[in-house]
Design a protein around this ligand. Sequence first.
Ligand code: NAP
Length: 407
Amino acid sequence: MSIPLYPFAEPRSLPEPLRLVLLGATGSIGEQTLDLVRRFPDRLKLTAVAVNQRWEDLARLLGDLEPLVSVGDPAARDAAAGAGVFGDRLLPGADATALAAAAEGDVLVNGIVGAAGLAPTLAAAARGWRIALANKESLVVGGNLVSAAVIAGGAEMLPVDSEHSALAQCLRGRRREDLDRVVLTASGGPFRETPAHQLANVTLEEVLNHPTWDMGPKITVDSATLMNKGLEIIEAHHLFGLDYADIDVVVHPGSWVHSLVVLRDGALLAQLGMPDMRLPLLYAITGEQRWPLPGERLDLLEVGRLEFEAPDTERFPCLRLAREAGEKGGTAPITLNAANEVAVAALLDRRILYADLPGLVSSALDRLPAAPVADLQAALAADGEARRVTLELLTDHDGTPTLRGNL
Ligand SMILES: NC(=O)c1ccc[n+]([C@@H]2O[C@H](COP(=O)([O-])OP(=O)(O)OC[C@H]3O[C@@H](n4cnc5c(N)ncnc54)[C@H](OP(=O)(O)O)[C@@H]3O)[C@@H](O)[C@H]2O)c1
């Protein structure tokens, strides 16, 4: 099932100022959303924000903005309440899902990282809001559930990922039947040119050194393994109702072409721009209007050449693992995502090496055969089980040099 309203129908027109609920306000997406709120003070009104732990950073980032505040982690929430910085704007006992169910809003930006973003997405869908979705894991873990909730709630969903935003911009106003396939572009990450035998020795610092985008740590690791592009394949499948066979990936090191669509007459349409997430963010928040956004413009003469190459799934097996998990469906993408989240955390903790990560995800997928997913409870149970199994694999792994066995 896909989300039928989008992008093959006009987004609804909402009165200004748009009331904005922002989840993940302390993150990379969150900070860029706050930048937009400050640039358009008469057109965007921030009504509520959610973070997990970093309430002190939130207080600094909000400055004179005064939304309702949710701090998800109970210990951090108690500390924030004790410090009194948010006064009675701090909601007692409310996590991001409760905030999405209770706050006033028109548009919700979901900038939470990981599967924790799914339940708030479903809550926003039930409110009938426009959802500007950065949290691609919502669709990876619960794509069918989200689609059903968006339809049942009369909500709208617009992607924030620059690739899917590009596809949406190229598809806007077109007929579904005119679309042949889509092409997601990938920067290739920091190891695009690194020979296979050297990947065993790369450092965490090199992993985190993304060539074109400045993002949070998890998506930066995902970009280095190309898992991010794999998750985006699954995201595109759910957003646009595409068969996996109709979603291609091409490496484009410059990150200027954000993605392309191929129509059935052979026309190939692309959206180009600087690597700046504020454009797709604003496009999703406003429902595809074109508010004037200051910033650097892409200079084609400076770019000179656009280069493309095929992705290498031998050196970057996560891309293949994600596509296969998406094709299998059911709990397979949930397992893929949960194992990846555990593995990324272990890599950031220096507990595993970059080269160990694909093997860990692949072993978790081998251990847990795909099963159907009926509802959110089933999705969360599968997520929990995959985390448990991956942590077990990690414990087995500690002390051994690599975990590359199953590829
Ligand atoms: N960054 C980008 O340019 C970019 C581009 C495209 C797509 N995305 C997607 O956008 C999402 C966010 O990425 P990011 O790079 O912005 O991540 P990030 O910088 O790591 O920020 C994550 C945010 O999520 C919050 N959070 C985590 N768990 C939460 C929970 N249970 N309840 C409430 N808040 C929670 C964090 O709060 P604390 O600070 O309190 O921990 C933080 O504000 C990811 O799905 C990513 O794939 C990001």
